[in-house]
Design a protein around this ligand. Structure first.
Ligand code: PLP
Length: 398
């Protein structure tokens, strides 16, 4: 770490130095140097935003419409918050006041950051089941909190285990941070599991931050349960959701937070100073997505499901046992039968067969022995990737 010779102090703050380096970045850097790469590495839809959604935002921009080209309310467009309240009510039977309990954010990324900053005092502990999304630990650390990782296991369907969470609770625990449907495992948490976690939160007076960005991407007989719809949950839950995954709108940078009024107000305070408001054209597009995007969601979910079955069957047939993902768009096969670690597997597969996957331990130590393969990639590419992985596995096993 560089020391500034003039003043003899470290140039980068302690807080930022504490953040672990991303386990993924070097793979993405490598990809750009290799031809013909098939990437199963990305965490975003390969679909473009449905054109009727893009056009609805483009038209007012072209007309230099006032709303589309100026700040909105710090909370976000009221009409979008009203549409969101109806949408959440319709899907999950929850009731949120658009004026005081909903905030439009710059994606779930911002929602997560401001939720943690609004709740966490220095030294407060945040319980995070892992493997989990790569931002949870850094955002906790940046908020001054202490991440307390609780492993989840394939034998439990990678569901968070209430007993393990209970054992991790201390007098310093403030938040349980959940992310289901899960990135990277594809696990969906069942109602009874979530009910037991809500009961723990109630007993110990904890908050739950529930990142439900993959809520619409759930397959087969599995159903997404919105945490705040559970009895006693809404008053202690910060529900985070977004448009990136369900409507293929990652680049628009728009999401939302739903929370009790005092917590939402605290989050708003941070939001207004660092962000002001989510981009106005993106908010207009998000409102159209809520109003007329259902057919698009259904079309994309059906396609992800087709790919999901192809990749899971394909990986199993290659001798890489693969837990059946129930949501999101990731398969999380075991690579230990090859005798390689997750990162050896990912690095060699990339160099030798030009297929990018992400080592499972980039998402927490319980992900070791696995890799994450995104199926937000066209089916012919998935099929070609499986052929290449098959060749590689044969070679690796000798
Ligand atoms: N939460 C999870 C679990 C994710 O996988 C991602 C993106 O990959 C995000 C949040 C960030 O989403 P957004 O685009 O809404 O910021």
């Amino acid at each position: 770490m560089t020391v500034d010779p003039m003043v003899g102090r470290l140039r980068v703050s302690q807080r930022v130095r504490e953040i672990p380096a991303s386990g993924i970045r070097k793979y993405f850097d490598l990809v750009n140097t290799i031809p013909d790469v098939i990437s199963l590495g990305v965490g975003e839809p390969d679909f473009s935003t449905p054109t009727h959604i893009s056009s609805a935002a483009a038209a007012p921009l072209q007309d230099a419409d006032y709303v589309a080209t100026h700040y909105t309310s710090n909370y976000g467009l009221l009409s979008l918050r009203q549409a969101l309240a109806s949408h959440l009510g319709r899907l999950y039977g929850v009731s949120y006041d658009p004026a005081a309990e909903l905030l439009i954010t710059v994606g779930v990324s911002e929602g997560l950051d401001i939720a943690l900053r609004a709740l966490v005092d220095p030294g407060d502990e945040v319980i995070i089941p892992e493997p989990s999304y790569v931002s949870y630990i850094p955002c906790t650390v940046l908020a001054g909190g202490v991440p307390v990782m609780v492993p989840t296991f394939e034998r439990d369907g990678f569901e968070p285990q209430p007993e393990a969470i209970a054992a991790a609770i201390t007098p310093r625990t403030k938040v349980i941070l959940l992310g289901y449907p899960n990135n990277p495992t594809g696990a969906v948490a069942r109602r009874e599991t979530l009910e037991r976690i809500v009961a723990l939160a109630t007993e110990h007076d904890l908050f739950i931050i529930s990142d439900e960005i993959y809520d619409r991407l759930v397959y087969g007989r599995h159903r997404h349960v919105c945490v705040s719809s559970l009895p006693g949950a809404q008053e202690r839950t910060i529900l985070l959701g977004g448009f990136s995954k369900a409507y293929a709108m990652t680049g628009w940078r728009v999401g939302y937070a739903a929370a009790p009024p005092d917590i939402l107000e605290a989050m708003m305070k941070v939001h207004q100073y660092i962000i002001m408001c989510a981009p106005s054209p993106a908010q207009i597009a998000a409102e159209v997505a809520l109003q007329t995007g259902e057919d698009d969601v259904a079309r994309m979910v059906a396609e992800y499901d087709r790919r999901r079955r192809a990749i899971v069957d394909g990986l199993n047939a290659l001798g890489l046992p693969c837990f059946e993902p129930q949501g999101a768009f990731y398969a999380f096969p075991e690579v230990s039968p090859t005798g390689l670690s997750s990162s050896e597997f990912a690095e060699r597969l990339l160099r030798e067969e030009h297929v990018l996957v992400v080592p499972g331990d980039a998402f927490g130590p319980a992900g070791a022995g696995h890799v994450r393969c995104s199926y937000a990639t066209a089916l012919p590419k998935i099929e070609e990737a499986l052929t290449r992985i098959g060749r590689f596995v044969k070679r690796a096993r000798g």
